[in-house]
Design a protein around this ligand. Sequence first.
Ligand SMILES: Nc1ncnc2c1ncn2[C@@H]1O[C@H](COP(=O)(O)OP(=O)(O)O)[C@@H](O)[C@H]1O
Ligand SMILES: Nc1ccn([C@@H]2O[C@H](COP(=O)(O)OP(=O)(O)O)[C@@H](O)[C@H]2O)c(=O)n1
Length: 674
Amino acid sequence: MYSIPYLDLPPLGHAAGTVQLPGSKSISNRLLLLAGLSEGTTTLVDLLDSDDTRVMLAALRTLGCAIVQDGRLTRITGFAGRPQVASAELFLGNAGTAMRPLTAALAVLATQQGGAAYTLGGVKRMHERPIGDLVDALRGLGCTVDCLGTEGYPPLRVAGGTLDLAAPVKVRGDVSSQFLTALLLALPLAATDRAVTIEVVGELISKPYIEITLNLLARFGIAVERQGWERFVIPAGSRYVTPGEVHVEGDASSASYFIALGAIAGVDAPVRIEGVGAASIQGDIRFKEAAEAMGAVVHAEPNALEIRRGAWPLKAIDLDCNHIPDAAMTLAVMALYADGPSTLRNIASWRVKETDRIAAMACELRKLGATVEEGEDFLRVEPLARFQPASIHTYDDHRMAMCLSLAAFNRLNPAGDGEHAVPVRILDPKCVAKTFPDYFEALFSVVEARAADIPVITIDGPTASGKGTLSASVAAQLGWHTLDSGSLYRVTALAARRAGVSADDEQGLAATARAMQLRFEGVRVLLAGEDVSDELRDEAVGMMASRISAWPAVRAALYDLQCGFRQLPGLVADGRDMGTVIFPDAGLKIFLTATAAARAERRLNQLIAKGISASLDDLRADLEARDERDRTRATAPLRPAEDALRLDNSQLGIEASVQQVVAWWNARQPFDAR
Ligand SMILES: Nc1ncnc2c1ncn2[C@@H]1O[C@H](COP(=O)(O)OP(=O)(O)O)[C@@H](O)[C@H]1O
Ligand SMILES: Nc1ccn([C@@H]2O[C@H](COP(=O)(O)OP(=O)(O)O)[C@@H](O)[C@H]2O)c(=O)n1
């Protein structure tokens, strides 16, 4: 996950490959509650691990469920309708799928257990999301529910009351179907002696989510009788019975981004999505039809989808999106690549989601340059001929971040010239943690970009000037990869020593370099499967690296390997010739220096920290010799690139150096401060 303030997406090109979807949020949280209310142990396979499931798990633990997580399995031993605690304060973040059903279940349970009282709250946005229709329904049933802040909104307290089940329970269905889901999940608790009838007032929206609820209830032994979409009867004698093991489907709403990706960029080969397919019980799987209407070519298997680009530009659509409220957001961004204006209708529920999604989507699409018309319950988006670089605000809304990432395919823009392309900055990318923590990693694993579009910052300079330290911190701040090119010369030196190749044998060294079997795991370097990271730092290895790096054939042998580190979303490369030879087109080049005295002292401190003693004078003589050799060699000598910015950090701390480099980088980016 990218836990950084912003993530810049370079212009992206073709897509191909396979993504494994994380589990569905809707199914995960419903299953968790059902398992919690049941007797016995339920094993959930591939439960989604995200912010929203974490708050649900924490709430169930507080209420007395035993929960064991073991790889892909989550085992929940339910409290069988009797929470182990009579009072609790539950924090539910911004998870509507936890807040609504837990409110209903605990309100009903509190009427059955004298003295029980539970408080349910969340983050600020959760307290702005209406729950009044559910509160009214629960009060109509005889539950005592108090709104602790604004009437009709969380936080809430449920305590006591007397259930009156004679008349049907009425609930509005036209704002959110989650209120009906909440009652359907909770009222089997009350239907022990008599049937309970729920009546929907107003036109029920998001019916597919109710189907998920009914399907999962059936798996837990509750056979709800559905009469149209107006009446639901929970039979007398209902009791939650665990089905034992349940497999959690991949999230169909999350699939929408990769379906769109295939439709936009699956040119030569398909994008394959595993974890969800034609057999899905989730309503958002019907996003597939909307994508097909826009031109996608979809091949569906029971548990997988393969998508290719069909029509290009995409075909504009005018669609009632009531059946796919969440996935429909993806259409708004696809519309930028269409052959005419697209209209998404019947999406009023967007206004009460994680943020006001109609307003947010309109605002961010306009930043890209799009013409957007926004109504109370619709959005109309015109195709975009020339994208502007934009810094996308994500409103703590995972779907905003994931949808808008699709704007990075603007180089493929059918109305464009194939040359003009801009990056897209996603602010607060970690908001995807709500449902898809590794979304951007999954995206980068299936897309390509032109090497020239992948940004590089080079940091060259003499030994112990702090290149590695600065490089790692700048990369961490930007979410980029690193290349410690010195380690490649070091590992070549080590491999040569082990193979008995002399430091004077240029061709032998080059052959050694080409034959090395290297693997990089984070900062660890593995040579033929053996972790040699620590050995590489030996002074003797460093000295031999310095000697062999003067050979042109050795440098040539390592060239392609170094270029291969230029991967999405960006690279910080440190060494001696990163800006001059390997990445001459880098967007920012730094030449990092510090006085020989400061550098010798840093090396000494590094060695002392490792428990190795050394003399300051020897170290200084040694590093000056190495600098001299690096500066005066014929091939790729150590010198600043002509366009490098010099940074002398003799007197500048690490953090200040990092902030300086990031500031220089940002000053060169096209994003404005909007
Ligand atoms: N700006 C700085 N001020 C003080 N010490 C620093 C600074 N930058 C790096 N160092 C320290 O100097 C030592 C050498 O840094 P390193 O990144 O290994 O250098 P290089 O990669 O250039 O050989 C490390 O112990 C590091 O913590
Ligand atoms: N791009 C690079 C990186 C390192 N090198 C050489 O490889 C040796 C080891 O690199 P390093 O960056 O790990 O060394 P230190 O800066 O830590 O001494 C250096 O002394 C350089 O001579 C190079 O020639 N070109």
